[in-house]
Design a protein around this ligand. Structure first.
Ligand SMILES: [Fe+2]
Ligand SMILES: [Fe+2]
Length: 245
């Protein structure tokens, strides 16, 4: 269960563990290390995976140099190991939106988190990270994604989640079909009237790379992929209404 490490954009490393027993065909669990003057880890992994993920991080930067910890929403795969990282990296701080801090992280984190907002682009020194709140997309009231303005990488979390193993990065794969297969298996997305418009707002950022939490990074036409995913959820939302009407 040793993670693989690949640089998927300049200074952005995908740390990926394949879990063969999760879901049909197995499942990948990714973290992303942003190698900046103030290094950030996005997605922290569950508590049980901390030793393996920490060893993978240490291949790129010493764990005690980590300065920022962030993730998409409050779930064990996103942040179960949060306090282990805070313990291992004395200068590290959790960075998260105000709502997530108020609702969960002020209480759960062993050190006070830093509030982030869309207006306050977080300059890590070499990478400029924008926080975009995406309430309930794909799930979680406090949900957020990060956008690295420097490399145009969108850390899109559970969006486009797919089953099975895959290369670290793909360029011309279809990201939507496999995501809908996984959606049918897991039912992980809160499909509401806001789902499509929220995903379309992410397309407005014009990302060049999508850094998936569960799947390969995608470096194809990211804008089209996001609109395609929004189309698919809007179709499902409309169909659901038609069934219930
Ligand atoms: Fe999640
Ligand atoms: Fe996840």
């Amino acid at each position: 269960m040793s993670p693989s490490v690949h640089e998927i954009a300049a200074g952005i490393y995908r740390i990926s563990t394949f879990l063969p027993d999760v879901g049909p065909g197995g499942f990948t669990m990714n973290q992303y290390l942003v190698d900046a003057d103030e290094p950030m880890l996005f997605h922290l992994g569950p508590r049980r995976m901390f030793p393996a993920v920490a060893a993978a991080v240490a291949r790129i930067v010493p764990v005690e140099r980590l300065r920022w910890l962030s993730f998409g929403h409050v779930e064990s795969d996103e942040c179960g190991s949060m306090n282990a990282w805070l313990d291992a990296a004395p200068d590290a701080t959790v960075a998260f939106n105000e709502l997530g801090c108020q609702v969960s992280l002020d209480d759960l984190a062993d050190r006070a988190p830093r509030r982030t907002s869309a207006e306050d682009v977080h300059d890590l020194g070499g990478h400029r990270m924008r926080t975009v709140q995406t309430p309930h997309v794909p799930h979680g009231w406090e949900a957020q994604v990060l956008f690295d303005e420097t490399t145009s990488t969108l850390f899109c979390g559970d969006l486009f989640t797919r089953l099975g193993d895959a290369p670290a990065i793909v360029h011309d794969d279809d990201p939507i079909g496999p995501a809908l297969v996984a959606e049918d298996v897991f039912g992980a997305t809160a499909v509401t009237a806001a789902t499509g418009p929220t995903i379309r707002r992410l397309a407005d950022l014009q990302p060049r790379t999508l850094a998936l939490m569960h799947g390969p990074a995608f470096a194809g036409d990211c804008v089209a992929a996001l609109h395609g995913l929004a189309d698919a959820y809007e179709a499902r939302f409309t169909a659901g209404h038609a069934v219930r009407a």
